[in-house]
Design a binder for this molecule. Sequence first.
Ligand code: AMP
Ligand code: GLY
Length: 427
Amino acid sequence: MKINALLIGSGGREHAMAWKLAQSPLMGRFFCAPGNAGIGDIAECVKLDIGDHSAVIDFCTAHEIGFVVIGPEAPLVAGIVDDLGKAGIKAFGPEAAAAQLEGSKAFTHEICDLYDIPAAGYATFTSAPKARAYIRQTGTPVVIKADGLAAGKGVVIANSITDACEAVDACFEGSFGKAGQQVVIEEFLEGEEVSLFAICDGQVASLLGTAQDHKRAFNGDKGPNTGGMGAYSPASIVDQDTIDEIMEDIIVPTLAGMHARGTPFKGILFAGLMLCDDGPKLIEYNVRFGDPECQVLMMRLKSDLLELMLSAVDGSLLEHEIEWSNFAALGVVLATRGYPGSYQNGTLVKGKLSYDDGDNIRVFHAGTRLADEGLLANGGRVLNVCAKGKTVALAQKLAYRAIDDIDWPQGFWRSDIGWREVAREND
Ligand code: AMP
Ligand code: GLY
């Protein structure tokens, strides 16, 4: 039986998900709100106010949509899955209570405390003077975090007491709105950062793989933090023993804890981890795929994504073996000059953006829009050029060769995505 589906989101992550979802023999009519120019080739893009849950429900009813997949975190934290559920519409992603794993850093720390999950030492504050006193007592480096969702901007790693206190003041003065009403101060963890993804059905977590993002804007991990400038998968620094340790000590107890609280977690659990000398520690949870990590995972996934997501919602993940390509994948983000600061929309993007051999090279759209004059950049992160290869080094070569064929003078990208892994492969 085919099912009509609606995907919510507009980034490279959603283009990659749309590409995999559309391959499913189960897919009926496929819509995306709001989508982008790339997604428009795969699904019917619709203008919908995602924040207006009754409008989303009305659209689903009118188009006989049986399944909604949510890409970004904000609608999940806002309870879109709860509201769709009440209207009898199946949706992939956690309900609001379970989305607190991303929606509140203090909440995640409490879960970690309760279930002995390795994470950074921390304290939480609701007023600046106490937070400042704590910082003076613990010293630096120290990590200051707005408790709530802050679009990836709510974290400051402070190397001086002055910087740390300024970060605290910025939170309480409203830089992050409600998200900064509570501040979490964390011990600074040293090590290499990696991500691990699991798909969860409330009781069972199935590993989706590992990846490494590149958060800084410029080569050599320099410059301001961004949403992510490129990624590769798998990250070999997380060997099988470490994966087992992360699943056993972090993911499984989290899932069991959420279930025991009566707020079972269904959806994608994305663990940001630090590989410390004394083992992996949780830095943060996200309750959705990473962007651009999703794009490289989708390049490697062989299984039917729609079927997997449906089984996560139905609680039958155990019946599914997830199949992966033996190849590695790497993706490079092309961004508008100025990103992550201010930048201009509307520049013309030309060149080769599609490949017959789409399984080995794919250009996912992030912020793009189709106009009479052609394809226009419409956001900070605009394209993701992804490639597969026997090694990360080979995938890297292929991706950068494909970028040479894109003509977009107003764009920039890092030329060293995957550098840690390539160095390891050369070792
Ligand atoms: P988050 O939004 O919590 O992922 O934090 C953003 C980035 O800050 C992470 O990807 C890490 O690079 C860094 N970070 C966050 N928490 C810590 C920590 N406790 N120790 C070291 N680095 C951290
Ligand atoms: N690339 C990091 C994230 O999606 O949160």
